[in-house]
Design a protein around this ligand. Structure first.
Ligand SMILES: *C1O[C@H](CO)[C@@H](O)[C@H](O)[C@H]1NC(C)=O
Ligand SMILES: *[C@@H]1O[C@H](CO)[C@@H](O)[C@H](O)[C@H]1NC(C)=O
Ligand SMILES: *[C@@H]1O[C@H](CO)[C@@H](O)[C@H](O)[C@H]1NC(C)=O
Ligand SMILES: *[C@@H]1O[C@H](CO)[C@@H](O)[C@H](O)[C@H]1NC(C)=O
Ligand SMILES: *[C@@H]1O[C@H](CO)[C@@H](O)[C@H](O)[C@H]1NC(C)=O
Ligand SMILES: *[C@@H]1O[C@H](CO)[C@@H](O)[C@H](O)[C@H]1NC(C)=O
Length: 609
């Protein structure tokens, strides 16, 4: 940013606010305004070389102009401050110390000239004074020391020369020295290459750079002409040989191409994505091609600069990204604190300007509403919770769910087949299980659940062969309920016959399914091999003692799932009564027959074998 600050302000800032002091030694003399010490005006001179102090009051001619002060009767006086004594000693003109307009020349400077100096302009009614510091350096103290320079030099001046262009390098202060010299001074030039770091003493053969009088002419600027140019001025004054060295820092700058500034970022269609409630940084990058004139870059909000708005929510930072032969890439970032949807109504413009042109680009902004993490978290939590509930419900109540599902969508097998019994119960006779079968299983199935149950010993008619009748009964049943027990289906038993008939019927697709019911915990090893083989494919329902007595227990639910669908009879009195009439009472009438028809071991044995 090179904005021109009012010179008076600079003067005030630089000098610091020193109080106006009365310098009056005589009552008639005016108050003298004291500007304090100017750090800008500090001078370094090499011991033994010529140098000068320039009165800083005149460095801003809009405030003090040497020519005009002369016309208002002002005189310029120089003083040296004697340190430790707080005394201002007037400087008297001599061959070595001489005034020339606003300058005080030291020809040459001595080591003991180092100190504070004051220049004062005064007429009868007004007075101003300012102080500055002179430092006389030894050659070994100097920054630009190098082996090739004929002498060392102090402060460097800067010069930019466009490629392919010509430029005259004047040795600073040589003209002024020439005015005081007895004869024309001589100047020697040395170039210290920027990259090569080599010294080149002029004059040289090549025609691009030539010494002409007190100057060095660069006819066509090249990249390797960059670097430091030392010029040493030698002259005679009042019979004394004098010298001083100056240095010019020469850099090459681009000369061709458009010199108007361009906005590199944001591009025409670029959209800044900003988040609500967060800090938004709008980055503007611009290229200012080399132009020896001021340039400017700024952000505006609805046409007002950040400074004009003076809103703490808007701040900006600027920085230089690149300097390439004078072409500067500059960046300005507008930072918007806590971006809100209303900010989208503002017009954020990045503007650039130099002497030849200006550009403005509006920043397109898209607001990304952040996912409300709280609501998202809640939603997720609720979903997980529901899933957990479903999981639990399914695992605890899956039997119920299955039963409900079946009651709604299942088909009643009894309408599609011509079977006579729902359940055929196969069990080991004379075992603990027999009691369970006859007193519990049969009763509940028939009376409470309304199934038609076939128990061979009860339902078979006297006279027939046991094998045929068994096969017939099993074939006419929809389910074969096998109540397993340690001795179940031992060799040659009725139960083995029933089991084989059931497994065969199942395998042959006779609409028969075998269900295993375990009354007591039982080791698998004691199962007959037919059972062991079939086990994988069969449902096993376990009796869990007292727990299973209740009709709503798991045992009965599982059993009902395995048994044919009983659409209307579950818990219904009608079904119960029907069953009692149809089968239960026939039991008693047939019990007597069992003894006559049971046990024809040979037949069973033959079948089994
Ligand atoms: C079954 O018949 C017997 C007599 O044969 C009778 O005492 C009993 O009440 C009957 N049971 C049912 C449930 O009808
Ligand atoms: C100083 O004043 C003289 C005459 O008063 C004027 O010609 C000259 O331009 C002024 N210089 C500056 C730098 O203002
Ligand atoms: C002294 O200088 C001031 C301006 O700084 C001017 O107004 C005034 O007339 C001058 N006085 C005389 C006596 O020339
Ligand atoms: C300063 O130094 C010079 C020699 O370099 C000497 O002649 C002169 O007297 C000195 N002046 C003071 C005030 O010390
Ligand atoms: C010369 O000027 C360039 C560009 O301003 C700067 O980077 C470099 O440090 C200067 N060289 C010296 C020796 O001052
Ligand atoms: C902002 O820039 C756009 C072009 O991108 C322009 O049309 C508009 O006038 C500018 N607004 C202001 C206030 O400069």
């Amino acid at each position: 940013m090179t904005s021109s600050i009012p010179p008076l302000l600079v003067l005030l800032l630089v000098l610091g606010s020193q109080t106006a002091l009365s310098q009056s030694s005589e009552p008639s003399e005016p108050m003298c305004y004291d500007w304090g010490e100017s750090s800008e005006a500090a001078v370094h001179v090499l011991v033994g070389q010529s140098g000068f102090l320039s009165c800083p009051l005149f460095s801003h001619p809009s405030v003090y102009n040497y020519s005009s002060t002369q016309s208002t009767g002002h005189n310029l006086f120089w003083y040296r401050v004697l340190e430790g004594h707080d005394l201002e000693q007037p400087i008297t003109n001599s061959a070595r110390l001489s005034k020339d307009r606003e300058r005080l020349w030291l020809q040459p400077a001595n080591a003991n000239d180092t100190g504070q100096y004051i220049c004062m302009i005064r007429n009868k009614t007004s007075c101003s004074k300012i102080a500055m510091r002179l430092t006389v350096l030894r050659p070994e103290d100097v920054a630009h020391r190098n082996s090739c320079a004929p002498a060392v030099a102090v402060a460097a001046t800067h010069k930019e020369i466009p490629f392919q262009n010509g430029e005259v390098l004047d040795c600073p202060d040589a003209q002024e020295a020439a005015k005081m010299a007895d004869s024309t001074p001589t100047v020697t030039w040395v170039h210290l290459g920027l990259r090569s770091k080599k010294c080149l003493q002029f004059p040289i053969r090549a025609p691009e750079r030539q010494v002409k009088g007190l100057s060095l002419q660069v006819h066509i600027m090249m990249e390797f002409f960059q670097g430091l140019y030392f010029c040493s001025v030698q002259y005679q004054r009042k019979g004394r040989a004098l010298t001083f060295t100056r240095v010019i820092n020469v850099t090459a700058v681009n000369s061709v191409g458009s010199k108007e500034p361009t906005i590199l970022q944001p591009t025409k269609d670029y959209v800044f994505n900003v988040k609500q409630g967060e800090e938004a940084s709008l980055v503007c990058t611009a290229l200012f091609p080399y132009l020896n004139s001021p340039w400017e870059m700024w952000w505006s909000i609805d046409g007002k600069t950040v400074e004009q708005l003076n809103d703490p929510r808007f701040t900006k930072t600027a920085s230089q990204l690149k300097l390439d032969y004078g072409d500067r890439t500059e960046q300005s970032i507008l930072v918007i604190d806590d971006f809100q949807p209303e900010d989208l109504n503002h017009e954020f413009n990045c503007s650039v300007k130099n002497a030849l042109g200006h550009r403005t680009r509006r920043a397109l902004i898209k607001l990304e509403t952040p996912l409300p993490s709280l609501e998202l978290g809640c939603g997720l939590g609720v979903t997980l919770f529901l899933m957990l509930i479903l999981f639990v419900v399914y695992h605890v109540f899956w039997l119920e769910l299955l039963l409900i599902y079946r009651s709604w969508f299942g088909t009643d097998e009894r309408h599609t087949d011509d079977k006579e019994f729902d359940v055929y119960i196969s069990y080991a006779r004379n075992s603990e299980e027999e009691q369970f079968v006859l007193s519990t299983l049969r009763t509940v199935l028939e009376n409470d659940l309304g199934y038609s149950v076939c128990i061979f010993d009860r339902d078979s008619l006297p006279g027939g062969t046991i094998t045929d009748e068994t096969l017939g009964f099993v074939a006419r049943s929809r389910r074969l309920l096998v109540v397993i027990s340690p001795g179940y289906a031992s060799q040659g038993s009725q139960a083995l016959l029933e089991l084989k008939a059931g497994i065969d019927g199942m395998a042959l697709g006779g609409h028969l399914r075998v269900i295993l019911v375990q009354y007591r915990p039982l080791k698998r090893q004691v199962w007959v091999k037919e059972l062991r083989r079939a086990r994988v494919a069969l449902a096993l329902v376990r009796w869990q003692g007292e727990k299973s007595k209740d009709l709503t227990s798991r045992f009965w639910k599982r059993l009902r799932v395995e048994l044919p669908l009983q659409r209307k009879s579950v818990g219904m009195e009608g079904g119960k009564d029907l069953m009692r009439m149809s089968s239960q009472n026939s039991t008693s009438s047939q019990t007597g027959l069992i003894s006559q028809t049971t046990k024809s071991p040979e037949t069973v044995y033959n079948y089994a074998a």
